[in-house]
Design a protein around this ligand. Sequence first.
Ligand code: DGT
Ligand code: CA
Ligand code: CA
Ligand code: ZN
Length: 573
Amino acid sequence: MTIHNREIADLLHRMADLLDIDGADAFRIRAYRQAAQTVGGLSESLADRVQAGADLTELPHVGERMAEKIKRIVETGRLDQLDRLEEDLPAELSELMQISGLGPKRVKALHQDLGVDNAADLKRALEAHRVQDVSGFGKKTEQTLSERLADREQHEKRTPLMEAEEIAAPLARYLEDIDGVRALTIAGSYRRRKETVGDLDILVTAEDDSPVMDAFVDYEEVGEVVSHGDTRATVMLRSGMQVDLRLLPQAAYGAALHYFTGSKAHNIAVRRMGVERGLKINEYGVFRDDERISGGSEQDVYDAVGLPFIEPELREDRGEIDAAEAGRLPRLIALSDINGDLHSHTDATDGNESLEAMAEAAAARGYAYLAITDHSRHVTVANGLDPERLAEQLDEVDRLNDRLDGRIRLLKGIELDILEDGSLDLPDEILSRLDLRVCSVHYKFDLSREKQTERILKAMDNRHFNILAHPSGRLINERPPYDLDLERVIEGAVERGCHLELNAQPWRLDLNDADSRMAKQMGAKIAISTDAHSGANFDYMRFGIFQARRGWLEPDDVLNTRSLDELQALLKR
Ligand code: DGT
Ligand code: CA
Ligand code: CA
Ligand code: ZN
């Protein structure tokens, strides 16, 4: 069994954390952390490299001793020094360090004073209010830690959709290649294109003698077989993802597909409609008086209750059944409706590619336009543009537009910081030379709801404000949204002729589905933008489209489905 880069990186990270808790030399700790980062970021398998006898010291931050350690990890799956540390310090302490607010010193104090070894211990200690008495903690810390822990529990095991795809795609290919397998669908929240998925629900049909169930539990990524029957099995993959597999008879495939696509609330609503018509609908088919009358296709299920087909993204029992009954289902936006991208970065700030490379990548996608929106000066860590450097970029855009000769039109833009007092980060003179300005909150996330709302509304008062980028500021599983009266912000945007972004980065997807729908209902227009930092990132558009579909958006609700002329008209305030 070959070890994955991620598993090696995890060991190195754990080593660094435990050394940190142990109070070891900072230099040593950093060596492990940096090596972990290097390993985690490699695209090719380190195990393969070791096998091929490659010199690991060529990797950044990997010296001779670290290379030796990594080699041992690849060969044995363990690290001696870590094993020794773990005799005194429980490995799970490293997980506690991931809770924000808990550094090495605090983790050590919790461990020594209260015997807290893991998240469950911490939870009990917090509930018993014993944490506030440990030195370095207090009532307030106890409170925030309780909140963080609750928040973590809620998100913990849900995997972002992009990551779920990376896990599911090779597994689906593997299963499709097994003898006798006919159809395969990944159902559940994955098919509904939810931003995160809890587990994967795979449905297959196959010839009678297909070894698919055995092959499934033999898949090389399987870490643990939870159950293994003739038509149903559950495994835990090494990535931590749980996968349910169901082998179905062809005649019930549609009914099962409907059932296991969910959501549960949608299923229950459809089943209730069936009951009103004297039908029983479940994962085995559509039945009248115990006789199966249909269920081979998903459409059979909807036909049985007199509804048109409902797209998986809408199946959340958020009004889709009423809309279907009334013939008012939205014509959901599709990737092919997108005509350009309105948020992208170049190597002038924190992007990875040149202006020209970004333009070519967007042109290769058949886009009519691409807005270049590098960061403004306040974002010093990203080398944000001041007026002089922005002016230079504008000249470069002019020259490039000439060279591109109409293959794609570059729009002059900026990702402009909204400062704490609601002013914009660059003076009006330079802003007036741009085609559009995407405006963002990048700091001071902790303002009160009132202040944060006022800050953004005030920024929108500036007539150069066009699009509010990633409006909630949340990062999936990492950072909660800042406190904001989004309804007032949307209302303010509509009044002023501003628009909102649905940022398509898979870890943002911000606006989320429900808020996108609210914005649409309030009459706002939405830009689905990738915030690309490289040409390859334009691929993120798919995820923005999924979220938009879950938010009931139609092509008309979206800015960048427009032709260049129509777009420019909508950008005028
Ligand atoms: P997840 O995995 O948490 O992201 O969400 P789902 O929607 O994939 O949920 P999961 O994996 O528990 O179950 C897959 C589908 O199976 C679910 O969407 C609907 C269906 N299902 C599960 N349990 C029930 C149930 O008790 N009643 C009904 N009607 N359907 C259920
Ligand atoms: Ca699931
Ligand atoms: Ca499941
Ligand atoms: Zn950006």
